[in-house]
Design a binder for this molecule. Structure first.
Ligand code: BES
Ligand code: MN
Ligand code: ZN
Length: 514
């Protein structure tokens, strides 16, 4: 991970000596008629910036569309070498989330040009509140800074060395600084998750994923245990083991615990992630086209590891257990077969585990998660959230705009949904319920691991609900959103790091205040 230095200051824009200063603008035109011209309006009160840009703004060359950029060299009256205008789009639609993207756009403008230092002006006037914008801007800068070309031998490290945010001095400086610092932690944590997702299957095996999580935990003081086959057998995790048995790589059960001092009662949150480091489909093997993408089938697990990193640093007053079920799904002489019966982990050793008829070995995510959810409950989780690249059907349903969210508990869902206003991530709720449970009944055992052609994202969620039982539970299907298929001005093509920010906000909603 490139170590981008960050700094917050309250200086006048014209006094800042830097390679590039980025200033945001909105389109203030409210007339939507055919002859209405854009009215690009700078979100600064700095007179020198106005003077330096008046000619180009009058020219109509810059319309302040979302993530549109325009560069000026040697702006008169400024100490900065370059001035970059970045559009936020129509004034009425500009939000903190536009600011996050615009910061990423400024960083991604600088990078290919070899500019390694920049200052962004925190937008004045319309985008409120300032502290939320400060957090979003830093997050966006980190997100924009990451490129996935790790293994190119001609790779030139163009990561930004120094990102500065210049806030107007009249703001509440303490709360802006507070949110700025949070933005650093959250942006770095999201990038940590993305860098894990970016690793190919041969470099990041379940064991290596466990080591990476373990190193992070040790550095930040999280309790951590990494288990493998023996422990899975002890716990009778028959569903998880059935996926791992076809691979030469041993599975990893990653358990991270955050226990804030003095918090001994109240909720215990279980964060459960799917960590399939490569998904071939197993014996129900996937077609070759695009199979290389299945290295990102551990994105849910990576998101939970990233969220645990942010939690360790932000220290919310609530206990959290992170569980990642990591395995490789491979075809092999020892691999499980369609028709096999597996016995999932029992909640308590005296009870029998549920029996699962394997219809399709490519529906492996729900198998590892079933045991992960049961384990979280056994460890005392009172509320559970899972994240997984679970189904292609979710991508068919929601496209690559929204991820899916499912829940057996409206209150837990409402907390999550409220957090989206802060995280800026897009999730759309889909149903679960007893009517759907009919679709995964097995003739030979308790349930089967696929529900047929229709409602595939829902029957997958329904499968998980069987294991959550009466524990309030949320399931995030991020299959379509974990990988950015087409580069955007503010994010590279590759891993997105989705769910880190939303899971974090959900966790923080449970914080107890003394
Ligand atoms: N990892 C895949 C889901 C996936 C698809 C993730 C596309 C990212 C992009 C999952 O393990 C899988 O193979 N699901 C099957 C389930 C089916 C066999 C019931 C699917 O969606 O086709
Ligand atoms: Mn699969
Ligand atoms: Zn999978």
């Amino acid at each position: 991970m490139g170590a981008m230095r960050t700094e917050l200051n309250f200086a006048n824009l014209s006094d800042i000596k830097t390679e590039l200063i980025a200033v945001m603008a909105v389109d203030a035109q409210t007339d939507k008629g055919p002859n209405a011209k854009p009215e690009p309006t700078l979100l600064t009160s700095d007179e020198a910036v106005f003077a330096a840009t008046s000619a180009v703004l009058a020219s109509g060359e810059f319309k302040a569309a979302a993530n549109e950029t325009l560069l000026l060299h040697s702006p008169a009256g400024l100490l900065a070498k370059r001035l970059l205008l970045v559009g936020l789009g129509p004034k009425a639609k500009a939000t903190v989330h536009s600011v996050r993207n615009a910061a990423g756009t400024a960083v991604r403008f600088a990078k290919p040009r070899g500019i390694r230092e920049l200052t962004m002006a925190l937008p004045e006037f319309t985008i409120q509140p300032y502290n939320a914008c400060a957090r979003a801007a830093v997050e966006g800068a980190f997100i924009g800074d990451l490129d996935p070309d790790t293994y190119r031998s001609d790779r030139q490290d163009r990561s930004i060395q120094s990102f500065q945010l210049a806030a107007p001095s009249a703001v509440d400086q303490d709360s802006v600084r507070d949110q700025f610092n949070e933005g650093v932690i959250i942006g770095e944590s999201q990038n940590f998750a993305r860098s894990l997702v970016n690793e190919p299957g041969n470099k990041l095996t379940p064991t290596v994923l466990g080591q990476r999580a373990g190193q992070m935990a040790e550095q930040l003081g999280l309790k951590c245990a990494i288990f493998s086959t023996d422990k899975l057998r002890d716990l009778k995790m028959g569903a998880f083991l059935s996926v791992a048995q076809g691979s030469a790589e041993p599975p990893a059960l990653i358990v991270l615990r955050y226990e804030p001092a003095g918090v001994t009662d109240g909720p215990v949150l279980g964060l459960v992630g799917k960590g399939i480091t490569f998904d071939t489909g197993g014996i129900s093997i996937k077609p070759a086209d695009n199979m290389e993408k299945m290295k990102y089938d551990m994105a849910g697990g990576a998101a939970m590891i990233g969220a645990m990193r942010a939690i360790a640093l932000l220290k919310p007053r609530v206990r959290v257990i992170g569980i990642v079920c990591a395995a490789e799904n491979m075809p092999d002489g020892k691999a499980q077969k369609p028709g096999d019966i597996q016995t999932a982990m029992p909640l308590t050793p005296d009870k029998p585990g549920k029996t699962i008829e394997i219809i399709n070995t490519d529906a492996e995510g729900r198998l590892v998660l079933a045991d992960g959810i049961t384990y979280a409950r056994q460890l005392g989780a009172t509320h559970i959230i899972d994240a997984a690249t679970l189904t292609g059907a979710c991508v068919v349903a929601l496209g690559m705009i929204n991820a899916g969210v499912f829940s057996n508990d409206d209150a837990a869902y409402e907390r999550f949904n409220d957090g989206l206003a802060v995280s800026g991530e897009k999730f759309w709720r889909l149903p679960v319920g007893d009517e759907y449970a009919e679709m995964i009944k097995s003739d030979i055992g308790d349930i089967k691991n696929t529900g047929g052609r229709w409602g595939g994202a829902i029957t997958a969620a329904e499968f998980l609900r069987v294991f959550a039982e009466d524990t309030p539970w949320l399931h995030l299907d991020i299959a379509g959103m974990a990988w950015v298929e087409e580069a955007k001005p503010y994010i590279a093509k590759g891993p997105s790091g989705i769910a880190v920010r939303s899971v974090l906000e959900w966790v923080r909603s449970f914080e107890s205040h003394r």
